[in-house]
Design a protein around this ligand. Structure first.
Ligand SMILES: N[C@@H](CCC(=O)N[C@@H](CS)C(=O)NCC(=O)O)C(=O)O
Length: 198
């Protein structure tokens, strides 16, 4: 299988972390966002949404949308519980991540990291919502080790991806101790380079 992605993008890193954790064989195809590679005619044939990540299987079939890819690749493993209620709890976090976390944290990161804006040039309304998302995460993790159940799931992987590098979007975790401890637990499980923790 091929994973098309940009190594700086949390949405793409989710898929990389999962593939490595499950020891899946894959070829990484680095795709340059800023040079419009996701909007080329050739790429749009694979994914009309014009975005990474995508996975392309040997038979040419393609799946887009990071959290949908996680769900597909994690099926049958502990990372996606077989219990349907727990699966729905995982989905709660996956949908929340895309609607209430990623648009604020990831887009602030995009503005600072890719567009080289200063911290004070971020959009205030977006920053406020990002801060709220991190507070909510901290609150939940103050009495849970993992987002769902008692072990790592794709909910943790999805939320870990942007949270562990949120400092790149000007967010801080110093006082969010429960998030920090959870990030360390995720790091231990995923063996991600720890120098990215704030
Ligand atoms: N909801 C999508 C979002 C994907 C997304 O926003 N991808 C960005 C990189 S993080 C992208 O490919 N941007 C390039 C573009 O829109 O042209 C997912 O979770 O996969």
């Amino acid at each position: 299988m091929k994973i098309y992605g940009d190594v700086q993008s949390g949405n793409c890193l989710k898929v990389k972390f999962l593939a490595e954790h499950l020891n899946l064989k894959y070829e990484w195809v680095e795709t340059d966002l800023l040079n419009g590679e996701t909007r080329s005619e050739e790429f749009l044939l694979k994914n009309p949404f014009g975005q990474v990540p995508i996975v392309e299987f040997d038979d040419g079939r393609v799946i887009a949308q990071s959290n949908g890819i996680l769900r597909f690749l994690a099926r049958g493993t502990d990372l996606l519980p077989s219990d349907v209620f727990l699966q729905a709890k995982v989905d709660e976090w996956l949908f929340w991540e895309q609607y209430s976390h990623e648009p604020y944290i990831a887009v602030s990161m995009f503005q600072m990291f890719y567009l080289k804006k200063k911290k004070e040039e971020r959009e205030l309304w977006r920053v406020e919502r990002g801060e709220k998302a991190l507070d909510l995460l901290n609150q939940h993790l103050s009495n849970h080790d993992w987002l769902v159940g008692d072990k790592l799931t794709i909910a943790d992987i999805a939320l870990f991806a942007y949270t562990h590098r949120c400092y790149l979007g000007g967010f801080q975790l110093e006082e969010r101790l429960s998030v920090r401890s959870w990030l360390n637990r995720c790091h231990e499980e995923l063996k991600v380079n720890t120098d990215t923790i704030t």
